[in-house]
Design a protein around this ligand. Structure first.
Ligand code: SF4
Length: 357
């Protein structure tokens, strides 16, 4: 497959570039009350540590809006203020944050959007037009229902409205709570403009369900070359949103950081406690940034074949096993000694990757 990213305009949220040739960034959203500055900063810190590039905070009331200055001053990540219903909150937020996200379906009349645009223009910060299928403007919902076409019509309308005001510092999201409408909407809108897209399935559910929905939707779009930044939305899981988002990018082949673990599903031919071995490997290699393929297989049936494309591999056998590096068997050891030796070789391989860069 030839991956070709759709050419988009580059914009900046704080110091993070979105679109153009910039890396696809991963975002999340705090769930603390934004008015609680300390709690919000604590969550931002956790997200930063987990590898987030940008954080969004809800601004539902004046207390939240007034807390933004202190949050922004101490935040290690660029801040997007998320505004629904009350445009005045957007005006306060726009004085301090790095981007305003508003939902055109519930912000109200055009005069209010004009004021938000003026404020963002003054500070040179972008706007995310965040269309949600569940809250379309009535004119579009009446005409198209809660469909991909309705989302695209809303986005088209609002893009044009902002452009007519001379504003093009825009990114766009088109979120539905299911995979099909989400994918359809982004695919329909993509050829119509070159603004960067923020991908996401909204209200995607728990860790299990959101991981599946987001992997299908975001994976499909990313492989189509669509998407410049993303959020995996998971009920109540901060770090997991980043972990899953990063894994989607990596497993789509769009980032190369870290190890890719190849492990078999196990079957009746298994010769070792593979479940525990793979869990230990996953934990022990989390810190590695080098893009290594490592393979941990439960018997020799497929292990030798998989090892050919792995940087380092284990093939378990009866009471012993093989360590294989780049397809070459380097050692045969008793089962209990294999894992430690394997991890040593993985570390060596990771070090030599950066030395040889
Ligand atoms: S590698 Fe061996 S143990 Fe693992 S699934 Fe294949 S045949 Fe079964």
């Amino acid at each position: 497959m030839i991956y070709k990213r759709y050419p988009t305009k580059k914009i900046f949220v704080g110091d993070v570039a979105i679109g153009g040739d910039s890396p696809i960034s991963v975002q999340s959203m705090t769930y603390s009350k934004t008015s609680d500055v300390e709690a919000t900063l604590e969550q931002i810190k956790r997200l930063h540590f987990a590898g987030a590039n940008i954080v969004r905070v809800a601004v539902p009331d004046m207390n939240a809006a007034n807390a933004l200055k202190a949050i922004k001053e101490q935040s290690s990540l660029p801040i997007v203020a998320d505004i629904h219903f009350n445009y005045k909150l957007a005006l306060i937020a726009s004085e301090v944050v790095d981007c305003i996200r508003f939902n055109p379906g519930n912000i109200g009349e055009q005069g209010r959007i004009k004021e938000i645009v003026k404020a963002c223009k003054n500070r040179n910060i972008p706007i995310r037009i965040g269309v949600n299928c569940g809250s379309l403007e009535s004119v579009f919902e009446d005409k198209y229902g809660q469909t991909a076409l309705g989302m695209v019509a809303s986005a088209d309308y609002n893009i044009k409205f902002l452009e007519d005001l001379g504003f093009d510092d825009i990114k766009i999201s088109l979120k539905a709570s299911d995979v099909q409408r989400t994918v359809e909407a982004y695919r329909l809108l993509r050829p119509k403009n070159d603004y960067p897209f923020h991908l996401g399935v909204t209200e995607a559910g728990t860790l299990f369900h959101s991981t599946i929905k987001s992997s299908i939707a975001l994976g499909s779009l990313l492989l189509d070359g669509i998407g410049d930044t993303l959020r995996v939305s998971i009920t109540g899981e901060l770090e997991k949103e980043i972990e899953v988002g990063r894994a989607i990018l990596k497993d789509s082949g769009l980032t190369k950081d870290g190890v890719n673990i190849i492990s078999c599903p196990t079957c009746g031919r298994i010769e070792a406690d593979l479940v525990s071995a793979v869990a230990q490997v996953e934990e022990a290699t989390k810190h590695i940034k080098a893009p290594l393929n490592i393979s941990v297989m439960g018997c020799v049936v497929n292990a030798i074949g998989e090892a050919k494309s792995a940087d380092v591999a284990i093939a378990y056998g009866k009471g012993s096993g093989l360590i294989i590096k780049k397809g070459e068997i380097i050692e045969k050891l008793p089962t209990e000694k294999l894992l430690e030796r394997f991890l040593e070789e993985v570390e060596k391989e990771a070090e030599s990757y950066f030395i040889n860069l």
